[in-house]
Structures are given as C-alpha cells and as structure tokens.
Write a protein that binds this ligand. Sequence first.
Ligand code: DOR
Length: 442
Amino acid sequence: MASKKYDLVISNGRVIDPALGFGKIADIFIKDSKIVKIEKETAVTKKEKSSLAKDQLIDATDKLVVPGLVDIHVHLREPGKESAETVLSGCQAAAAGGFTTICCMPNTQPRIDSQETVKFVQDRAKDAPARLYVVGAITKNIEGKELAEIGDLVKMGAVAITDDGHYVQNPEIMRRALEYASMFDIPVMQHAEDQYLVDGGVMNESYQSARLGMKGAPAVAEEVAVLRDLALCRLTKSRLHIQHVSSKGAVEAIRRGKAEGINVTAEVTPHHLILTDEEIGKEFNTNLRVNPPIRTEVDREAVIEGLLDGTIDCIASDHAPHTEEDKDAEFDKAPPGMIGLELTLGLIKTFLIDKGFLSWAEAIRKMSYVPARILNLPGGTLADGSQADISIIDPDKTWTVKKNQFFSKSNNTPFIGQKLSGLVSATILAGNIVFDRNKELN
Ligand code: DOR
C-alpha cells in the first residue's frame, strides 16, 4: 500500500538552503504541497520511504536539492507577440531552467498598464508549470508621460512596477512613482539608462564601437540614471530596484547609496557577468545586442565584484525572447535581448561557481531567497511548512547548448554551442513534478 503520510519524498540529495544555513545529505518530505520536514535518514524514515509508491519517491543521490529558483526579470510576449513567447511557453522554459517563480515585465502589446492586462496574463498562467507574478507599468503605455493607475495594478496583484525597456526619463514622474509605490509597499524597478545619453547607441560606447563604426551607448548613461534615482529614493524614502546593472560607475553609485542607507536593491544578468563588447566584432551576432549593452572587461569585473560584496543583491535573467526573423537583421536593426531562463543555472555554475567566485550556497541564495525577498514573494526557502517549490540539480553534468533544445519559443542566445556544466534534472512546484529531464529524454 502506498504511504498516505507523504505525497512525495526527495531522497538522499545534498539539500542546500542558504536561508536556513542548511547543507547536508538529507530527505525532504512533502505533504499537501508543503514541506513537512527535512531529515537525515534514520531507521524510521528508511522504513517510511520503503512504503512509498514508485512515483512518490525521487532518488536525488549525487544531486543538489535547492529552493525553487526565482527570476524577477522575465519578458513573456503575450499579449502581442506570441510567436516569440507565450505565458505558457515561458513558464515551461522556467520549469526546465529550475525556476519555480518568475516575474514578467509589462512591455507587451498592449502594455500591462491596466487591471485587465494584469488579469489576462494571470489567467494565462493558471495551469502553468511555474508561479507567475506580474510587474505592472509605471506609466501609461510605457510612454513616460503619465503615471499608470498604480493602486489598481497593485489591487489586481502586480508585485512591483517598471517601464523596463525604457528609463522613466522625467524625474518628476519618477518621484511620484516612488511615492505611490511606497504607499503600496512595492518597489519601483528601474531600467536605468538615460535616453539622452544613450542617444540611439546600439552597443557599448568604447574602443570596440569605434573600431566597428557603430553608434555607442555610454556607460555613463546608466551611472547618471542610477545617481538621479538614488537621490529621488533618498528623498521619498521608498524602495528602488535597479535592473540589469552593467557598468562600473553604476555599481559604485549603488555601493555608495547603500552605505548611506538608501533603500536600494539591484540585479545583474548572466550575460553582463560573462560577456564583453569584444565578442560583437567576431561575427556581429545580433543575439549579443541587449539593453543595457554588454560592456568592457572593467565593467564585467565590477559587476562580479558588486555581486560578491552584496552591492548587487541578486541574479535575474532578463529573459528576452525574439523570433529568428526579427533577430535576422543588421546588428543595429535587431531588437535587443537574449533568452535566459534555460541557461542561467548552467552559466552561473560554469562561469561563477567553477571559476571560484561563488559557492553553490551563495549562488542559490542570489537566485532564490534574495530575489523573493526583494519583491516580497513567498519562496526561496525549504523551511518546514513552506510551499514545496524545489529544484533538483545535477551539479557537474556537462552539456552543450543547442539551438533546438529550448522550451522557450525563441532561441536567441549567443551561447549556442557553449559547453556548460550544471543542469536542472527536475523541478517541483507545490509538490508536483512539473519538469523531469529523464522523461524528456525518453
Ligand atoms: O535587451 C533588452 N530586451 N533589454 C530590455 O530592457 C528590454 C528587453 C526586451 O523587451 O526585449
């Protein structure tokens, strides 16, 4: 007879929960979509496990078992551009990448700047294999001119606001956005690039842009944007979150802001941690075009340092799917963005953990517990009683990124052909197995 005491047990994996300071071989017992207990095997639990049905037991020997990953910066293209991504395909990509919670940006068509659009996206995610939280727009139609009905968006469930893709250029509007957001206790997430300084630049302004004859977007556009918003955040005593930090100047500004006590948090993407603008001249791969742009080695080192010393709080993918047709253009005509949900874990393992910058525990903390806290979301821990959102990782599995492997509808990444180490083997959402790589392979 199958055990009724537990619905699922994840057996014998190395359980890492940075929030609990836990890192040992143990079993996780799940009942009614919640974690009941984490325990080292005893004579009693051994007996309990032996009474389980086959599909109630996951053997995680030699695997890492960690809180479901949380990505607070994801672009799904529904409504408006379902050929690039739908809510469902984006959530499937999330599950395959070990993410149990993702937050989608409002730059869809139409924009997510009304209760109706928030509700539409939430409805699309009802049976999806990941929890989806919606981030609403700061301004109507993301035009930067008039505030959206922020209270209405929050009432409908928006967890933050951003005009991502665009900087809120008008400082008075940004001030009001911060004031409203603090009334509802949500952060304002900012795409920090002053558009006057970017001035149509398509890659980082540097030796490389000069060499390639391409219009550059200077790093100071980000620094200036961050400095202004830190001042507004200080004034309004609100919460500011800087998205996809890419430059040394911005890291230093955020570091000073935090030291002063300003309530600011920040994220960095895998691509800004790994790539530099030197890559662009090699084959003009339009998948290297992102906003903000990948920058110089000095900037790359600065964002790594910022991540290590806590200036940058968390890692977010900025998963930005675009169709092959759209990316098949000249570099300066291609839309900015690259996909990330299915690559983040392998990229962070290969380029940060294996290179000695981060331990597994630190990396998992910055990809689960910390981002969940920034947006006040449940998750990020395996504590008793918490929802059973769990990622199981094959830590040293090597694999090569292939164009046709993605659950995402898009494959726009410059990492095709890259050899990586570290692969998600299963993802569990509310106690249900929503992704199982073994089944995929069969
Ligand atoms: O590269 C980017 N792509 N940066 C953004 O801010 C927007 C995003 C998109 O929507 O494609």
